[in-house]
Design a protein around this ligand. Structure first.
Ligand code: ASP
Ligand code: MG
Length: 606
């Protein structure tokens, strides 16, 4: 991207230290970290043409909009403009002040001494699965360090968290042997990786000592559970956190081995959470403070922090976990707390795919999707992101990339607040199988008071997640779709709830079909595009796929419907073909180009 120098005469005779200023010409945001501004060609043109009604100065989290008005004047033949903004300009009516103007602590300046962007890079379990994988991770980090500052977040080595949970459960049932066997395996797995990756004797000793301490802790925790035959959520969290506490020092040591100054940091020191063990939520302000005091000085010294994903701690210091597969969430929590430029999630897929490649052949990687689309896909079963991942960055609009550790030359998928739509409107498909359709209704149903209220009271009492609801206009038939694993519970609950209402009717009113699947088509503003539904259902009809139910309009960016389980794969194939999703990949993103060239091309195109 071409940057043009563009001076804004500061409203301050001498700019306060560390002031984070940026310029935005209506919709283009270019936050920089000083008052000497750089704008790209587009923004410059826009300013020159005075199309933009105001410019924005970003000061930390606050935005102050200043009307460009007539004050905008060229000062020299060169492309330099001056916007004389003094404090009286700031007080002019018409200035939009979204938040109180505040100085940003100095760290912002010190954190980017050479204005290098800060990237949070998260590596999932398979990416750190063994020594060879960790080697790849190290190379990716080293390459990235040429252009940005990096905070690394790691998952446990693949399979480790599952084993830890199994050990915890075995401890609860008093099975010492299984517990011992699992910990022995885990120790061997980590030691094997360490012996391949680490050659320096000092590093090796340090790592061995550290692992020993962690396994001693594991032993203590499981002994407690064995003795009491009890596994509290607190103990389970303490045990399942050990995987990340083992992988982070391993990755940090591997980086050091390749000459990168690095330091493993336990997220229990950074992410402060509530006490909801197993599904803890971060306390944003405290987390931000901790990151400032713990992480920023490390970054400042040019050291790469390697942070444990998945875990945090309460204010009192008790270890918590953010929920299974929660490391993505850790990465965006830290990204938001550090005002990172981007969060990159490295896993073993090329990015967000148009559809599950196990179900349809000829899938492609989607270059860009929106937060909404990503959330919708996650909801309908595509395991792209942990469903909570986007939460921390929604306000800041931080882009998230999904990239493949095993094919780093690929561009991956960029998830942004508003991604470009693609031609046909439909961007991706997803599906959930193993569902049960429950039909509540029949002629006798009319006139029963508060049917919907009672149905939902029942589903919530049995803790059932209802994935799709549809209702006939006469209200005498209501369809619910739930996971087959809990369907019995729901049906029993409903039969109980409506027992007296239906006692005198001979007809069956609550029936179910346990072989159904939901297919969802996802795309921004899908519902607003005319003809999509017709095209989709037309194509399905031509191929004899019948639709059992259609979801009510709960989301703007998805259309979901129910088909027989046996038709799921076929339905996905038909729609994928109909909307030409296999050819989605941008032509400018040819596989031969390096990732950096591609990224720059994509950035200047957007
Ligand atoms: N290791 C944790 C899990 O397997 C967290 C993660 O991998 O994201 O659930
Ligand atoms: Mg994992």
């Amino acid at each position: 991207m071409n940057w043009h120098a563009c001076e804004i005469q500061a409203p301050f005779s001498s700019p306060p230290d560390g002031l984070h200023a940026g310029l935005e010409a209506e919709g283009n945001s270019f936050p920089r970290d000083s008052l000497g501004l750089a704008v790209n060609s587009e923004a410059l043109e826009e300013l020159k043409n005075r199309k933009s009604k105001r410019i924005w100065i970003h000061m930390g989290n606050s935005h102050i909009g200043i009307p460009v008005a007539k004050k905008h004047s060229a000062t020299s033949a060169s492309e330099q403009f001056q916007y004389p903004l003094d404090s009286s300009t700031l007080k002019q009516p018409g200035i939009v002040q979204q938040e109180a103007f505040r100085r940003v602590p100095d760290r912002r300046r010190t954190e980017h001494p050479r204005r290098r962007p800060l990237r949070v890079m998260k590596f999932g379990g398979t990416s750190v699965g063994d020594a060879a994988c960790i080697g790849k991770v190290v190379e990716i980090i080293r390459a990235e360090l040429r252009e940005s500052k990096v905070v690394v977040v790691v998952s446990a080595m693949s399979g480790v968290t599952n084993k830890l949970v199994a050990a915890a459960k075995a401890a609860e049932s008093g099975d010492r042997k299984i517990v011992a066997r699992i910990f022995k395996e885990l120790r061997a797995q980590h030691e094997a990786a360490a012996s391949i990756l680490i050659h320096s004797a000092a590093q090796q000793r340090r790592l061995t000592r550290l692992m020993k301490d962690i396994f001693r802790e594991a032993d203590g925790l499981s002994k407690g559970a064995i003795l009491l035959r009890e596994l509290t959520p607190r103990t389970l969290d303490a045990i399942s956190s050990l995987g990340e506490r083992l992988s982070a020092p391993l990755v940090a040591a591997a980086l050091a081995e390749r000459g990168v100054a690095s330091k493993a940091i336990d997220a229990t020191e950074l992410i402060v959470t509530d006490a909801c063990h197993g599904a803890a939520e971060p306390l944003t302000d405290l987390t931000r403070e901790r990151c400032e005091t713990r992480l920023c000085p490390v970054l400042q010294r040019g050291i790469v922090p390697v942070v444990t994903g998945f875990i945090g701690a309460t204010r009192a210091g008790l270890v918590t976990t953010l929920g299974r597969n929660g490391s993505d969430y850790s990465a965006t929590i830290l990204g938001a707390a550090l005002d990172a430029h981007e969060v990159v999630i490295w896993s073993d897929v090329d990015g967000v795919l148009t559809v599950d490649p196990r179900l349809v052949s000829g899938v492609s990687t989607i270059p860009e999707i929106s937060y909404h689309e990503a959330a919708e896909l996650a909801y309908f079963g595509a395991k792209v992101l942990h469903p909570k991942t986007l939460r921390p960055v929604i306000q800041s609009g931080t882009p998230i990339w999904i990239r493949n550790t095993f094919a780093p030359q690929g561009r991956g998928t960029k998830i942004t607040p508003n991604a470009r739509p693609n031609g046909g409107g439909v961007k991706a498909l997803s599906a959930i199988g193993n569902l049960t359709l429950i039909i509540v209704g029949g002629p006798g149903f009319i006139g029963i008071p508060d049917v919907l209220g009672r149905i939902f009271k029942t589903t919530s009492a049995v803790r059932a997640d209802v994935l799709l609801i549809s209702q006939s206009s006469s209200q005498n038939r209501i369809c619910l779709v739930v996971s087959s694993s809990i369907a019995d519970r729901v049906v029993e609950g409903l039969r109980r709830e409506f027992a007296s209402d239906l006692a005198f009717e001979t007809m069956e009113h609550i029936t179910f079909d346990s072989d159904v699947a939901i297919v969802a088509a996802v795309g921004e503003k899908l519902r607003g595009i005319s003809g999509i539904v017709g095209r989709m259902f037309g194509a399905l009809d031509r191929h004899d796929v019948s639709i059992l139910a259609i979801a009510q309009g709960s989301s703007e960016c998805s259309i979901s419907f129910l088909v027989a389980k046996n038709d799921m794969k076929k339905a996905l194939e038909i729609i994928h073909r109909e909307f030409k999703l296999g050819a989605l990949a941008c032509p400018e993103i040819a596989a031969s180009k390096s990732y950096e060239t591609q990224r720059r091309a994509a950035e200047s195109a957007s």
